[in-house]
Design a protein around this ligand. Structure first.
Ligand code: TXA
Ligand code: MG
Length: 311
């Protein structure tokens, strides 16, 4: 039996310094009191996450954002447009904030997000504390988009709040606003053009320097070999299709028969989880167009296909 808890029970556990798995509109997260080093340490241990990789702080109000980080003009414009919602902003931290240094990996910047999922919002409102919350998967593995995936990842000792399947299905867009030129560090549900419409041109992350330490090449990886842009399929392969499926696969899961990119994003991680649990030897994924949220889908697939473990 899974260990499901209500929002008030989860709030009490978090106040006691425990970790609870929570639903958000992007993926399920592991939530800890972001002001408590010991609670945050439990997250790093559970995920087997390198301590140099900072966590996103989740908040319920813009007042909290101002207390934690320096909200510059661009941040205010984007918060007004996209919060609550799947946008994370990296900002200069306020010197006197009470956020765990471990959660920020000792950096002078901080990643903030105000999630829109009603259950997560209720939890944040109830606690009035920032919650440090990474995706609820072991480091480098596929993010969970259903409570079942979380239980599969961590067993039934971990308390989980049920919140249904995640609507967006890929992690939040991350934008770095700490310099004059904003940079997208991670593609996600809020697209580059939606952001550029409000604050002008932004650049992609320049490779060479790791600005989002979690954006290492091998990430979001299933346990089986995965190849992308497949135009044919072997009979021992599982096919992740987009649109009319290629023929001949041992098993096929369609991200979206009608080629709807939102639907494909919402189905992506579940498809990879199901392929991992099936008897197929390897996974072939059909091409997905790079428009809109397709950029986020392709980013996750490219990392899932990489065999380069960086740590
Ligand atoms: O949608 C999401 O953002 C989900 C849900 C649970 O809210 N959370 C999530 O957290 O994806 P996580 O820990 O899996 O990914 C956070 C990313 C990592 O790549 C980390 O390196 C980056 O955010 N990050 C955190 N703080 C940062 C900072 N100060 N500067 C640059 N990157 C940062
Ligand atoms: Mg993650």
């Amino acid at each position: 039996m899974a260990y499901f808890v209500t929002v008030p029970q989860a709030a009490q556990l978090i106040l006691n310094g425990d970790i609870v798995a929570v639903p958000t509109e992007t993926v399920y997260g592991l939530a800890a009191n972001g002001t408590n080093d010991l609670a945050v340490a439990k997250i790093y241990a559970l995920k087997n996450r390198p301590v140099f990789n900072p966590l996103i702080l989740h908040i319920a109000t813009t007042e909290q954002a101002h207390q934690i980080a320096h909200m510059n003009t661009m941040a205010l414009i984007l918060a007004n447009a996209f919060w609550p919602g799947p946008l994370t902003m990296v900002l200069p931290a306020q010197h006197n904030n009470n956020i765990s240094k471990l959660a920020c990996a000792g950096l002078s910047t901080i990643a903030l997000r105000m999630p829109s999922h009603p259950v997560m919002h209720e939890l944040l409102n109830c606690l009035k504390l920032p919650l440090a919350s990474p995706s609820a998967n072991p480091s480098e593995h596929i993010s969970p988009t259903q409570s079942m995936h979380v239980i599969h990842n961590f067993g039934n000792q971990l308390p989980v709040i049920e919140g249904g399947p995640c609507a967006a299905g890929v992690e939040s867009t991350i934008i770095d606003l700490t310099s004059n030129l904003p940079v997208i560090l991670r593609h996600g549900p809020i697209t580059q053009s939606q952001i550029e419409n409000l604050i002008g041109p932004i650049s992609h992350h320049i490779t060479g320097e790791i600005k989002a330490p979690g954006q290492l090449l091998r990430h979001y990886a299933p346990n089986k070999p995965l190849r992308i842009n497949a135009s044919f399929v072997h009979n021992n392969e599982g096919l992740v299709a987009f649109g009319a499926p290629l023929q001949g696969a041992q098993m096929t899961i369609n991200l979206s028969l009608s080629q709807n990119l939102q639907e494909a994003a919402a189905n992506l991680f579940n498809a990879l989880h199901l392929m991992d649990q099936s008897s197929v030897e390897s996974i072939a994924v059909m091409p997905v167009p790079h428009q809109g949220i397709g950029a986020a889908i392709n980013d996750r697939l490219k990392r899932a296909a990489s065999s380069l473990a960086t740590f």
